[in-house]
Design a protein around this ligand. Sequence first.
Ligand code: FES
Length: 214
Amino acid sequence: MSQDNSSIGGSVAVDPNLPPDPSRRRWVTTACAVGGVAGVATAVPFVGSFAPSEKARAAGAPVEADISNIPAGQMITVEWRGKPVWILHRTAAQLEGIKKDNSVVADPDSARPGFTPAFAKNEFRSRKPEYLVVIGICTHLGCSPTPHLAPVDGAGLPSPWEGGFLCPCHGSIFDLSGRVYKNKPAPDNLEVPPYTFSADGKRITIGADDTSKA
Ligand code: FES
């Protein structure tokens, strides 16, 4: 099954004056946009995961995703516990770009508690640098940010911006490690879920390593 990520979820207006409230987090997409962004948002395929059953998944069972066919520089979305989980296969150039972000993101080492398991407390926020695995929900009020996987120019964006994730609701910007830029509404980096790689490196199981939960 293939589905454009932009069609997932309802269109919900969010009051920009509301304070951050984690209890109100919702997975929503919005039609609004931060002005002046010249780049084209990346369409992200939504892929089905392997077993378990719908009932088990709804109960929070781990889900497994095939990552062997994700081209470098592209990403997919899988659903885990009702949330979109992004798996981005980063290029060497994207990894170099992330290194330049350390001085402009709010929490470069993911030291703040609650959003990053111990295994991902590094600048790439991952078990393997080439793969980013994050929950695609903004840590401000729960909108789903828009991926921009190529350099982007635009008003209100870092210049140059190597790409990342832009939340259309109130303008939070995340780099390609899911790290929020300084002075943005989102209080934390995008959450990294517990996950493991298969022995051959071709699959990721999300939710399988709860001992490493943030
Ligand atoms: S929900 Fe407010 S910036 Fe993302």
